[in-house]
Ligand binder design. Structure first.
Ligand SMILES: Cc1cc2nc3c(=O)[nH]c(=O)nc-3n(C[C@H](O)[C@H](O)[C@H](O)COP(=O)(O)OP(=O)(O)OC[C@H]3O[C@@H](n4cnc5c(N)ncnc54)[C@H](O)[C@@H]3O)c2cc1C
Length: 261
């Protein structure tokens, strides 16, 4: 089954064409197709590869045999609400971090030392369960190469309202315009936002795309921004930061073009 999705409204950056996305309703191997979640970390060209996403069968969360089982299509907000309701710790950082479980796992999403892989136990792929020990992960990286359908997490009691308040505060400098979160990863021992600021890129605008005045590492769409403008401003930023600091910035946002990562 296919579903028509307008990426210019669905994706958080509000860029992309209207596409037919294959909806995966059962656990199966999907070949030559790029899997999307909530598209909160993706910049689409006008000609993306064939796309697929998980159907609502994979949007679930429950406790079974002392583990938390979560479907990979489950949104972060639903996981956070479940954790609050059931007094579970270690999911507070999901507040205002948009995404589905599958996207969060692939990206090892998180905030500072709080990352989704910390409490992960295992993921379910078309080849069966894969234990965390067999997954390589680091800051905004995992080597997950297959579609994730479900994952299990360790259960620890004690939802932390102080942590929730802290995470809320940490997001106060987050721009309100459409973005895909941080544009670049923080290089070792440096901050991408500071490097961009030092290269006079805070507030820098190209067409309708800009590095936010509020947070230099947020590439924002000021309204009607295009893929071409986004690519150009990203290239300018990489060049200027390298010229200024000798540091090569690495994208956190994923660019989805005909030939993708
Ligand atoms: C305002 C804002 C704030 C943000 N703040 C943060 C933050 O603080 N920390 C942070 O880490 N991120 C942040 N992000 C980025 C984004 O929230 C995360 O990257 C999130 O994990 C994306 O989830 P998604 O479902 O939208 O994935 P997508 O953007 O749809 O996809 C991301 C990657 O996951 C893969 N993927 C998706 N589903 C599956 C699946 N089922 N199986 C295997 N692979 C899959 C995709 O192929 C792609 O490579 C922010 C984004 C926004 C817009």
């Amino acid at each position: 089954m296919f579903k028509k999705i307008n990426l210019a409204t669905y994706s958080s950056l509000k860029i992309g064409p209207i596409v037919d996305v294959f909806i995966i309703n059962e656990i199966e191997k999907i070949e030559n197709t790029y899997i999307i979640g909530g598209c909160n970390n993706l910049l689409f060209s006008n000609n993306p590869p064939p796309l697929a996403m998980l159907g609502c069968e994979f949007d679930f969360i429950h406790i079974k045999d002392g583990r938390l089982h979560v479907g990979a299509a489950t949104p972060s907000g639903k996981i956070l609400s479940f954790a609050k309701k059931n007094n579970l710790a270690d999911f507070e950082w999901m507040q205002k971090l948009p995404g589905t479980l599958g996207g969060m796992l692939k990206m090892n999403a998180g905030l500072k030392k709080w990352e989704i892989c910390n409490t992960l136990l295992a993921i379910k792929t078309a080849n069966g369960w894969v234990k965390k020990e067999d997954i390589a992960y680091a800051y905004r990286y995992t080597n997950i190469a297959e579609t994730v359908f479900e994952a299990t997490f360790a259960i620890k009691e004690g939802f932390d309202y102080d942590a929730l308040a802290l995470f809320k505060k940490m997001r106060e400098n987050q721009p309100q315009q459409p973005s895909a979160g941080s544009c670049f990863k923080n290089p070792p021992n440096a901050f991408a936002a500071k490097l961009l600021q030092d290269a006079q890129l805070k507030g820098y605008r190209l067409g309708n795309m800009a590095f936010s005045e509020k947070h230099a590492n947020f590439l924002v769409n000021l309204g009607g921004g295009s893929y071409e403008e986004a690519r150009k401003i990203i290239d300018i930023a990489k060049e200027r930061v390298f010229a200024q600091s000798g540091i090569k910035l690495e994208l956190e946002i994923r660019i989805i073009d005909t030939i993708s990562d």
